[in-house]
Structure formats: C-alpha cells, structure tokens
Design a protein around this ligand. Structure first.
Ligand SMILES: Nc1ncnc2c1ncn2[C@@H]1O[C@H](COP(=O)(O)OP(=O)(O)O)[C@@H](O)[C@H]1O
Ligand SMILES: [Mg+2]
Length: 440
C-alpha cells in the first residue's frame, strides 16, 4: 500500500453525510469510521430525511450513509428522495435488516451498496464508501459518454439531411439541362456519341438523385424531423399505383406479377408517399431479384386481430440465412455471385423498415437461397378499416367536422379514434415516446 510519506500533503477527508435517527447506531458508525487505514472521514450527522435534503442542497458531500427507517421516510422511497435531492451523490444504505431482496431493490432504486448494521466493521464501511464513490463516478462517465454519442448521432443526421438537400438543387439543374439537350430542343446534337454520353449522364444523375433522396429520408427520420401526413388511403389504389410503376420493368425481365387482395380490404390510415416508398421498394426488389420466368405475388389480407398484412413474395434468387439480418442495415447489398449484376444502393430495405416503424408497423423477411423471398409488412389494427367496419367507423366520426384538404382525391380520416389525420413531425425517438405513452 502506498502510505503517504511524511512530507506528502494528506488527502482531504471524505465528506460523509450520515442519515440515522438512532443515536446509538449513529455513534457506532461515527466511531467505526475514525482512523480506518489511510483514509479519513469527516462525518456530518442528521436524523431526518428533510435535514439530509437541505444539507445536500447547501454543501457538497462525497457520499450518503442512509438508514432506511427514518421518522420522515421509510423504505426504498428514502433512497429515491436522496437521489432526487442530488442525483450525483453515491448512496450506501445502512439497514437494520439483513434482507437480500431489500438490498437488491435498494441498489435498483439508485443506491450503490447495502450494509447491515452491527455486522459492518469500520473497514467494511470504509471500503463500501470508497467503492460506492468509484461506481458512481463510472456511472457518471458512462452517462456522459452516452449523451455525447446521442448528440453526435443527431448532429450527424442533421448534417446529412442538410447536405442531401443542398446536393439535390444542383443535381436537378444538371438533369434538367441534360434532358433539354437529349431532346434536342434547340437544335440537333450532331455526333451520335454525344447522345450516348447524355444517356449515361442522365442515368447516373437519376441514380444519384435516388440515392440522395433515400439518404435524406433516412436522415430526417433519424433526426426526428420526418413530416408524416396521415390520411385514410385506399389500399387497392395504392397497390395499383405501385404496380403501374414496376410493370414495365417486370415485363422487360419477364417476371409476372399476381395480386391477391382480400375482398374486405378498405382503407389504411397512413402517409401516402411513405407507404408508396415502402411498397415500391419491396416490389422493385422482388422484380429485380427474380430471374426471367419467375413470379411475384402481392397479397393484402387481415391478420387475426384485424391488422393489415401486406405480403410481397417472389420465387427469385433468395437471401442466405446469414445475410437476412444484415440486409436491413444501411448500404448492405448481398455480395453473392447471383446478385452482383443488380444495381442499387442498399438503402431500400432500411428505409422501408424505418417508414413502417413510423406507422407503428413491423416488417418481417423470410427467405431461402435459390427459392425466393417473402416480405410481410404488418400495420396495426387501429390503422386499418375492413369492409363491414364502415358503419362503426362512420358513426364514430358522426358529428365530427370533416376537413377537406386542397387535393380533391385526398380527404382527412373519418374515424378520429383510429386515425387522427394530421401533419406531425416524427422520428424514431418521438414516435417511440408516443407509443410508450399510448400503451400505458
Ligand atoms: N426480394 C429479394 N430477393 C433477393 N434478395 C433481396 C431481395 N430484397 C432484397 N434483397 C437483398 O437485400 C439487399 C438490400 O436491399 P435494398 O436495401 O432494397 O437495396 P438495393 O435494392 O438497393 O440493393 C439487396 O442488395 C439484395 O442483396
Ligand atoms: Mg432495393
């Protein structure tokens, strides 16, 4: 042990606040803490919790030694109230009971250690105090590191969101003018090679724009700044609109698309553009990763509890089991011999997942290499209206003023209990907080 030499300055005493109403116990503890090893303790003694709270506010202490049975506080709430008075103070509980459950609960409530009176020598108490101070310091460092990491991650998302936005503007100019030249609006180009190069410029530009848009969407969600506009959408219309967009690609690569939409299908309360991105990403993956002659099936049906299941299945190249978790990570594209020839960014699935989760939904991917992939998106029952439920939904909305918004084909939700049509700004954290509140 490193005992201080004669010339070394002695360490200042550890400032202990002893909260104990029994004068005998208090005296024993104070005596026990006199001259233990190289450490000195300066003990301040109070008998009531209220006095402890005042002292903690008025002067700095290194540790609190706390009895759990005081005239003005009993049990675990004593620990919580000391924590409330000073969240940074280490607490060692000194109790008259030898009770493991209580000891564990005291630690869970915020104490760093638990000692039984009468069984604890000065050495034991001194050691518990030193360890409690160290543990609390470690906790504080961890907490600070977590806060720093969180704010760095938020700053990164905000940077990405701004950056993507700034990149889009010049890119739109590049694309716009390239298209003007490609269409020879002000006269012929001349050399056919220039036409070829223009196709390359435009294709690369569009790819870059898709990539930027996807990064922007993801960054906005991460930064808690995604605008969600919820309204009642016809599920059929939405699926049809997405099918129209991938039909040509499917025909070129000779992939047939079949739909199986449940008869009872009516509406889903969701953000239209977000929902389209979810369905389109999954549909285009299914078409892209299915060789000629293959089939894609789009199915929409109710789950047992009335939730909506949107299932997009293909009999394409499939994903090996070891890669199935990874494909939801940013920029992950499975690098197999089978799919190296496919273009993409590796952001489609993470984006579909984030957008689904913003709606309180879940996404499940099942796949077998060489056999095909099935992705099931599930939207909670509160968001879905099925045929036959309409009367209920209408009567729930009876008397509610209907707000029509600018575009005629859009209208706000009629069942305010199911879908509060509104524009909200959400992100993971906000949404999670709201969900936690709702489930309470
Ligand atoms: N239906 C599918 N069949 C086979 N592989 C798929 C399918 N959907 C996704 N994948 C795999 O998951 C990866 C990530 O998908 P995604 O995030 O949409 O990125 P991208 O389509 O841009 O490559 C794809 O590159 C592919 O390897
Ligand atoms: Mg994709």
């Amino acid at each position: 042990m490193n005992a201080p030499g004669p010339s070394a300055k002695p360490e200042p005493p550890v400032k202990v606040l002893l909260v104990e109403d029994n004068p005998g116990d208090a005296r024993l503890t104070i005596e026990a803490l006199k001259d233990v090893g190289a450490h000195r303790f300066a003990v301040t003694h109070v008998e009531r919790l209220a006095d402890a709270q005042t002292r903690l506010r008025d002067e700095p202490f290194d540790v609190v030694l706390l009895d759990l049975s005081l005239p003005d506080a009993k049990g675990l709430s004593t620990v919580r109230r000391v924590e409330g008075a000073d969240p940074s103070i280490p607490i060692v509980v000194l109790s008259g009971f030898d009770n493991e459950t209580l000891a564990l609960e005291a630690v869970q409530a915020g104490a760093q250690d638990y000692l039984v009176k009468g069984e604890s020598s000065g050495e034991t108490i001194a050691r518990a105090i030193r360890y409690a101070i160290e543990r609390k310091r470690g906790e504080k460092l961890l907490f600070e590191a977590k806060e720093n990491a969180e704010s760095a991650s938020k700053a990164k998302s905000e940077f990405l969101a701004t950056m993507s936005h700034e990149l889009r503007t010049p890119l739109n100019a590049i694309l716009g003018f390239s298209e003007v030249i490609q269409n020879e609006i002000f006269g012929p180009i001349g050399n056919p090679r220039y036409q070829e190069y223009l196709d390359d410029i435009i294709n690369s530009g569009r790819h870059l724009l898709d990539l930027i848009n996807e990064i922007l969407d993801l960054a906005k969600i991460e930064a808690g700044k995604a605008d969600i506009y919820e309204e009642e959408l016809s599920i059929r219309d939405l699926i049809d609109a997405c099918l129209r967009l991938v039909k040509e690609r499917a025909m070129t690569s000779r992939v047939t698309i079949t739909t199986r939409l449940d008869d009872g299908l009516r509406t889903l309360c969701a953000d239209e553009s977000m929902l389209k991105k979810i369905v389109l990403n999954l549909l285009s993956n299914a078409v892209k990763f299915t060789p000629p002659g293959g089939e894609v099936v789009v199915e929409a049906k109710p789950d047992e509890d009335g939730a909506l299941l949107l299932i997009i299945a293909d009999n394409g190249i499939g994903i090996a089991e070891k890669d199935q978790g990874r494909v939801f990570e940013y920029f992950v594209q499975v690098d197999g011999a089978l799919n190296r020839k496919y273009v993409g960014t590796g952001l489609g699935l993470p984006l579909a997942k984030s957008l689904t989760e913003l709606h309180g939904g879940t996404i499940l991917l099942e796949s077998a290499l060489g056999a095909g992939t099935t992705v099931t998106v599930r939207f909670p029952a509160e968001r879905v209206a099925w045929q036959g439920e309409s009367d209920q939904a209408d009567s729930a909305a009876a008397g509610e003023p209907r707000t029509l918004i600018a575009r005629e084909d859009r209208r706000t939700c009629r069942a305010p209990d199911r879908c509060a049509a509104s524009r909200r700004t959400v992100g993971r954290t906000l949404y999670d907080a709201a969900r936690a509140r709702a489930s309470r």
